[in-house]
Ligand binder design. Structure first.
Ligand code: ACO
Length: 209
């Protein structure tokens, strides 16, 4: 086991309802696949290019292999793979990946939520819960997020959560079938102040339960 894993975080209340995160489960397969097959248009423009068609990569039977791979990275301390829940129901995923320790103590964060729950503060709440945890129990110092300049909703999530724009990575990531420019956003523990959740609450964007 490595510091900070496994853990359940939240819930906190936002406009959409009560948001929490918990480790991914094998039995997330049904919700995960159903939502992702329905939401291809919502998700595909922003996700790394994968092998084969969307319907195969997101079928019910492709989840066990992904779950196994993420869980083994989590056990080795390289990843914190979470399911986002809204009022206890599966609502998306948030992952802290490429965890490097020693003198870097850094990682990236990435997320998606179901099209049926967008614009209610769910992703921002999940980012706040996970980044606070990464900076406390998991002992990290810096979290980075890369986002396409066209992805206005995700840029809003990072800005509301308190991330700072650091630069533009040219032709950085193979997303939706081509090398795409990405803004790099980041935050260090020193910039997190009283915590991201505490700042959302102070700004009236979330409530403790
Ligand atoms: N134009 C302008 N603003 C928009 C639009 C739009 N088309 N759509 C949403 N917004 C705003 C919302 O109003 C909200 O801002 P507000 O709180 O000021 O009103 C903000 O964008 C979204 O904030 P949340 O409600 O906290 O986020 P949400 O739960 O809707 O999830 C997310 C946002 C994760 C980007 C979702 O849209 C999604 O899953 N998109 C597809 C996958 C994706 O892009 N993932 C992120 C990749 S980048 C990364 O992981 C670092």
């Amino acid at each position: 086991r490595h510091p900070g894993w496994p853990a359940r975080l939240g819930p906190i209340r936002v406009a959409a309802g009560d948001v929490a995160v918990r480790p991914i489960r094998l039995r997330d397969a049904g919700d995960w696949s159903r939502i992702r097959l329905r939401d291809q248009e919502h998700l595909e423009p922003w996700e790394p290019t994968g092998p084969g068609p969307w319907r195969d990569r997101n079928s019910y039977w492709s989840w066990p292999a992904q779950w196994t791979a993420l869980r083994s990275l989590a056990r080795r301390g390289q990843c914190l793979p979470y399911t986002i829940t809204l009022d206890g129901e599966f609502a998306g995923q948030i992952t802290v990946g490429n965890v490097i320790r020693a003198s870097l103590r850094s990682a990236w964060v990435g997320y998606w939520v179901s099209s049926s729950v967008v614009k209610g503060g769910v992703a921002t709440a999940a980012v706040a819960l996970v980044v606070d945890h990464a900076f406390s129990s998991a002992g990290l110092h810096r979290i980075e997020a890369t986002v396409r300049p066209e992805n206005t909703p995700s840029i809003k999530v990072l800005t509301k959560a308190g991330f700072r724009q650091e630069g533009l990575f040219k032709r950085y990531l193979d997303v939706a079938g081509d090398w795409r420019d990405h803004y790099c956003y980041a935050m260090t523990v020193e910039e997190s102040g009283p915590g991201l959740v505490a700042r959302l609450v102070a700004a009236g964007r979330a409530e403790y339960l």
